[in-house]
Design a protein around this ligand. Sequence first.
Ligand code: GLU
Length: 297
Amino acid sequence: MPIDDADGLLAHIAAQVRPLLPQGQLPQYIPQLGRVDKMQFGMALLMLDGREAFVGDADVPFSIQSISKLFALMLALERVQVDQEAGATRNPFINAGALVVTDVLCSSFAQPELALLQTLRQSADDERVDIDQIVMRSERESCHRNAAIAHLLKSYGRICNSVDTVLDTYCRQCALTMNTRQIARCALPLAISGRLSAHRARERLSAVQRHSVTALMLTCGTYNAAGDFAARVGLPMKSGVGGGIVAVIPGVGSVCAWSPGLDGAGNSLAAGRAIELFAKHTGLSVLGSPARTFKAL
Ligand code: GLU
């Protein structure tokens, strides 16, 4: 199906993934996330040339959870020498590395979660991006594993701020609520390639930084299924246990899908399948030949 009928493509994908919606499992370790309606599905496609398409619950806000690791990393890269302070020896998409990135933000901003919130509101061009206080408290009260990791990091001198400060900030960043449209918009700058100079004003990260972040997404963005997704989809992606998955299509745009039910690896069952179908229908994949990639456009 050609991408010039983007609305038709997304509607087609939504119909194809519908049977998967009841099959996913809701995460139970953050109690509030276990209370969400599994039958929701939304998807947003934003292209660098300005075209957009949406389907289903694309405008319903949800808990972005680990997708915040992507945005926290982008903010940290923008502001500080994270390569020296955090990124060199740790993976910012697993919790230990993500807590170090959060610690870097705590050292860089008086109110780090507000800095991230304001950055996302600005990037999404939407003031409705918010922090869900109930989800935040639900996770903060039960974040024993992250507390253990943070204490270990502290004992090795890897975080500068107090464990409580880092955990408070981390739980707030995970409790950010956004919809697929807002997330796709915040990830869109990662799709800018060097030759697209028209987008220079929106480039907050250098080309090298964008390259590093998208490489990390491709190899580590979807928990233990990252290798599987790289082979099946071939797009840099980042998921969260709130059921969102955002993918970057270098040189083309960004796509975000959301459905709360998760597979065994913790990725949304329907959203993962939707992005896989998108890559298959359009031929857009970083693993495909450029000729095939751009023919679809
Ligand atoms: N707040 C969650 C945690 O750190 C994020 C989980 C996720 O989306 O991977 O456990």
